[in-house]
Design a protein around this ligand. Sequence first.
Ligand code: UN1
Length: 511
Amino acid sequence: TSSYGIQEALLALGIKPINQGASTGSNWFANGQVIESYSPADGKLIATVKAATVQDYDAAVAKAQEAFKVWRNMPAPKRGEIIRQFGEALRKHKESLGKLVSYEMGKSLQEGYGEVQEMIDICDFALGQSRQLYGLTMHSERPGHRMYEQYHPIGVVGIISAFNFPVAVWSWNTALAWVCGDVCVWKPSEKTPLTAIACQNIIQEVFKNNDIPEGVSCLVIGDAEIGKALANDKRVPLVSATGSTRMGISVAEAVAKRLGKSLLELGGNNAIIITPSADLKMVVPGAVFGAVGTCGQRCTSTRRLIVHEAIYDKVKDALVSAYSQLRIGNPLDSNNHVGPLMDKDAVATYLNALKVAETEGCKVVVAGGVLDNMESDCYVKPAIFEAKNEYNIVQTETFAPILYLIKYSGDVQNAIDLQNNVPQGLSSAIMTNNLREAEAFLAATGSDCGIANVNIGTSGAEIGGAFGGEKETGGGRESGSDAWKVYMRRQTNTINYSDSLPLAQGIKFDF
Ligand code: UN1
């Protein structure tokens, strides 16, 4: 690993080899079991981390509540200035943090850097947003009255994030929540504790330089117990959760039971429709990056290609040829396109899906399987099957590089109906040079997803748009557009500057 500069990156990020505390700022609140973080790239132990207990979690939220009293009083543009400095610190640490993301999670180095770039971008966005936390003004129906609305900080925001975007998803939530005046308690995936500690080290340094209380950013590393505590905690008005639909449902139930708010970003089952007029030289890189990028472990990964029968064989042949050229190997080596899956559990899930696919009647186009003689046991072959949309396995999100080819005939609406006919609704795309087809795909009767693209793939969304999806994807929106609003509470204010007290709706109440 030394050849890739991992030790230097760990040093630069303040990661110690053993038992660092995994909570807020310094070494507070880490009295739980020891978690070992292994790299899927080479199977080696990177470092160990002391997790938090539920008592530690409680103490962290108390610390966050204290910090909220200070942070919410700081003017929003001043909070924006802190986030600007965070963005600067991320620019400085882009190489080390990107490398650590790649090494601890297994995505390609370029994608690791890309993830840190998303963090930098959302900091820039949040800085601008800090001067634009706009409410509306209204005209009152009563004389001498004024109405307006304003947005206030909501309080402690809980963030549950997944291993596949171990740092960017946290920053989408925190950068906005912080400029909105909230404080954050983060429970990252226990599979990627080191990238989380690195982020915490970076933000705490910024806070220290500016005398900001540490509790504005709390990190609580632990298992599902911590997630459960967060979901049930009345002190946490908003819980933002990214991960599986199963996890999202249990979080949503617990949060709803106490009438809290949840922001859910759950599973996808993303398709690209390829129509007869599609430009094949764009289809192939778009589909292949979508299917094998991050080793198929993005919530936006392309899982289905819905291809018109007129060009089906041509697309299939082009994919087979592209897949034969994929270089699979150490993600830190920039010659490789595809890195490993996250861990052995992910490999087992992948292998099981291959088996189920064949049992259900899928036809192998490019065979999958685990690769031997690699640096770890987590390297697998991206697979392609011919399938029917209604197969159970096709209806299920498998977090692995498995792509299903589905043939359609006739009108584009047939393809749109297939694309919509899954439980999830995150991302979707159409490849076409036909205006009518493109607009049909974007119409009310078109894609039912939160993201619908024309002539680009399903993954790699920019931070400027609202990110999220419908149906089992959970309905939440993060990142750009007006996603900031969920992190604030709205207040409607009516002010009477007259010398009488007229009631609304013309009600008379004289005595
Ligand atoms: C995720 O996989 O949880 O659009 C998020 C994309 C990335 C984000 C994916 N910007 O692929």
